[in-house]
Design a protein around this ligand. Sequence first.
Ligand SMILES: C[S@@+](CC[C@H](N)C(=O)[O-])C[C@H]1O[C@@H](n2cnc3c(N)ncnc32)[C@H](O)[C@@H]1O
Length: 266
Amino acid sequence: MTLLNRIPVLGALLGGPGPSAQPTLEEVMAERYRERTRPRPGDEAYAHLLDLREALAAAVDDAKGVWLDFGAGTSPYRGLFREAALKTAELGGAEGYSVDYQLNEDGSCPAPDDTFDGVLSTQVLEHVDDPDAYLREAFRLLRPGGRLVLSTHGVWEDHGGQDLWRWTADGLARQAELAGFTVDRTEKLTCGPRALLLLLRRHGREHGWAGGGPIGLLLRTLALVDQALPRAIDDYVARGYRELGRVEGPSELFYLDVLLVASKPA
Ligand SMILES: C[S@@+](CC[C@H](N)C(=O)[O-])C[C@H]1O[C@@H](n2cnc3c(N)ncnc32)[C@H](O)[C@@H]1O
């Protein structure tokens, strides 16, 4: 451990990275679930995960019947389904999740056509080898009139684990239409400065800020505020840019996520 790691505030001032720790896989999974279900100010993606949870809650609030969480991981949004039953599907061996359907090697699900009233897909599309095949499989699994609620990234860091694709809101809508869906709406999540501040903080926490001059000082001040008052940036973003959490329409030019609500024609 370096001196900069031992003294975080000094590290921030000098532009060094913050402290590093090596959590176990179980701890990582538990934390991933906690962040998505109960985001806290100071979390890496606090405002973004708040926006995502809120948008998903609105999109599945009236869900009924049987839904499939397609690429469920820890299925962190299962608590949002008040009336519908939520089944889970995952790739074999994907971090040892226990699921209702283990997906075949080609990503297909061992369930008949028209099985589900809804398909939920959160932060999966950017990881799949073939987004078109994945969406066509979701389409096959849905009953006519069934609903797809899907979120994926707009502008976001390359987060590894086979992170392959990014979408604009219009691009995601077009991709869903190509697979046969009728698009009901798209929402841009965590937009403009609300997104920028999170991205800047993320970079600073990972790499520090090495540059000099007034801009370097500004960025190191941001890192210092983040280390001394870990909630401050999130409180500011939450209050000052609340209306940029969820936006429909063309006004916002960059955003961390896109939420798509679409349906299989009846
Ligand atoms: C970032 S995780 C998201 C997990 C969960 N949906 C969530 O919101 O926390 C991406 C998940 O997509 C799964 N995945 C990757 N390729 C897939 C495919 N072709 N079909 C279904 N799931 C896939 C991975 O196994 C992984 O669990």
